[in-house]
Design a protein around this ligand. Structure first.
Ligand code: HEC
Length: 112
């Protein structure tokens, strides 16, 4: 009986540890998945960001151009231009819904 409890506790700890590894901190996700285009500072002044003409997330005017719902949708599913060419890929296979929500909140924080 005692032994069984120990096993259950060990299993629960393992599961908690695994969840912790999967959900990376938002700043780390931004750096790894988004900064290449949107910039570490959210201004989009990277080589790729300039080429794709991304918005400046420190600008209130640019922040007003999209809703949180749209931001979540784009980050989840990606965005294409009118010709159907991909502008940003979707991250639904790499990030959880919670991580995407956290990233959108992160995007909002760049606004001055
Ligand atoms: C390959 C470059 C690239 C990467 C990497 C990238 N984005 Fe984007 N992102 C874009 C482009 C380009 C747009 C504009 C899409 C359009 O034309 O509607 C965009 C649009 C968005 C939007 C909608 C608001 C807006 O600016 O139009 C959000 C929110 C966003 N990106 C967040 C993210 C997040 C979060 C990540 C990382 C998980 C990320 N992006 C990674 C290029 C990128």
């Amino acid at each position: 009986m005692k032994h069984e409890i120990k096993l259950i506790v060990a299993g629960a700890l393992l599961a908690a540890g695994a969840a912790f590894v999967i959900a990376a901190p938002v700043a780390e996700n931004w750096e790894n998945h988004c900064a290449k285009c949107h910039g570490a500072d959210g201004k989009g002044q990277t080589k790729v960001g300039k080429k794709l003409n991304v918005l400046d997330y420190t600008s209130a005017a640019d922040q007003a151009k999209f809703t949180d719902e749209q931001a979540i949708k784009v980050t989840t599913e990606g965005a294409k231009d009118k010709a159907g060419k991909e502008r940003m890929k979707g991250f639904k296979d790499e990030l959880s819904a919670q991580e995407i929500k956290d990233l959108v909140a992160h995007v909002r924080k760049f606004k001055k």
